[in-house]
Ligand binder design. Structure first.
Ligand code: CS2
Ligand code: MG
Length: 404
């Protein structure tokens, strides 16, 4: 019987920190899993190294479901981003191995392609509206059909989603100690409809337009914003309020028809069960890396399908190319696919991660290599040591801590 002979964690920082799990079998087949948790990378690395990897050696790599149940129920302490990201990395690596052994791309193991390609949305940002409109134009010229628009809030020194001064890809984990940002809801509620209206005025309704509120409003503020955005026909308004308060979305739903997307901070089906079964959201954003891997993500998406909720997986630059590849295989295969976030990865990530996915006319495709279609260059990874970085903390004008 083929068995797992080694499971090992690789921490590397080509442009930003990534945590990758490498599983090797007695047949010499290697599978890769992403275990990156932005700002808490070493917590997952330690959970894997100390508590999971020793349990994997000797197991049958093809028993993916049994391994998932073994790691989830066997831990006794369930759920949470660290545990579920660690389980996800194992799960994705085992699906990679199964595909390589079968000689099939993972999506074919999941039932084959339900669509020709995966519609993606990109990030357009700007220190002000003119700069944002120029960035939207750049992305439309590159062929994107869906654009997330974020701009600085007038009067605030720093706003979520706006590039760092070095102009590189927006990277939220920017310092060894948390940066402290000031937040004020009133100017945001005034400027966001104007900003998104300016995008519609310049580009019309031929592109899908998305916006990320990033957890910062109260339910009634979110209802107000959603109503103000209705003339702009957003594809979705993301994370309007803190996601864990699922019942709060009943208030938002009472006040607006703007579609709602939530879920990037969720890590299990239990986190979103009420949102889905009460149809309080339109898109579920759970990611393959933070929500227990391909095995659990499929369960979440199957529940969502029953209630007319579509998928919209999180896909920022702080999930590795291994994660994006796995997401694309799931996206290609599920019946209720909605859209996939594609922020891209800052260089020199491509020195470490060799990917097989391709972009054309606004769609990504995972490719047809056996497995995930991604390989990791360990020698290159060793050239980029871990670089401790923290996510920012938000404070209101009175100094109290707010949601970032
Ligand atoms: C954002 C992320 O992409 C998104 O929708 O919410 O950029 C998020 O801020 C980061 O992934 C946090 O690490
Ligand atoms: Mg988001």
């Amino acid at each position: 019987m083929t068995t797992i002979t080694e499971a090992r964690v690789i921490v590397t920082a080509p442009g930003r920190n990534y945590v990758t799990l490498k599983i090797t079998t007695s047949d010499g087949v290697v599978g890769w899993g992403d275990a990156t948790l932005n700002g808490r990378e070493l917590a997952v690395a330690a959970y894997l190294t100390e508590h999971v990897c020793p349990l994997l050696v000797g197991r049958d790599p093809a028993r993916i479901e049994d391994t998932w149940q073994f790691l989830y129920k066997g831990a006794y302490w369930r759920r949470g981003p660290v545990t579920m990201t660690a389980i996800a990395a194992v799960d994705v690596a085992l699906w990679d191995i199964l595909g390589k052994v079968a000689g099939l791309p993972v999506y074919k193991l999941l039932g084959g392609a339900a669509r020709d390609g995966v519609l993606v949305y990109c990030h357009a940002t700007g220190e002000d509206v003119p700069a944002l409109l120029d960035d939207v134009a750049r992305h439309v010229d590159q062929g994107y059909l869906a654009v997330r628009a974020q701009a600085a809030v007038p009067g605030l020194a720093k706003t979520y989603g706006v590039p760092t001064p070095d102009g590189k890809l927006y990277e939220p984990a920017s310092s060894a100690l948390p940066e402290e940002h000031l937040w004020d809801t009133a100017p945001y509620l005034r400027s966001a409809p104007e900003m998104l209206g300016a995008v519609r005025e310049r580009f019309g309704f031929g592109i899908h337009l998305l916006h990320d509120v990033h957890h910062r409003l109260t339910p009634i503020e979110a209802g107000r914003l959603g109503r103000d955005l209705e003339p702009h026909r957003l594809f979705w308004m993301e994370d309007p309020t803190p996601a864990e308060d699922q019942a709060a979305f009943r208030v938002i739903r009472q006040h607006t028809t703007t579609p709602l997307a939530v879920g990037e901070v969720f890590n299990s089906i239990w986190d979103c069960q009420q949102l889905i079964t009460e149809r309080l959201i339109d898109y579920i954003r759970t990611s393959v890396t933070h929500a227990g891997g391909i095995t659990h993500l499929r369960r979440i998406f199957a529940l969502a399908d029953l209630y007319g909720v579509r998928t919209g997986s999180h896909g920022p630059g702080d999930l590795s190319p291994v994660s994006l590849a796995a997401a694309l295989h799931v996206d290609l295969s599920v019946p209720n696919f909605g859209i996939q976030e594609f922020m891209g990865h800052r260089e020199p990530a491509s020195e470490v991660f060799r990917t097989g996915y391709t972009f054309e006319n606004g769609y990504l495709h995972p490719g047809d290599e056996p497995g995930l279609g991604v390989e990791v260059d360990e020698e290159a990874a060793a050239r980029f040591p871990y670089d401790p970085r923290q996510l920012p903390v938000n404070r209101r004008l009175d100094g109290s801590v707010h949601d970032w």
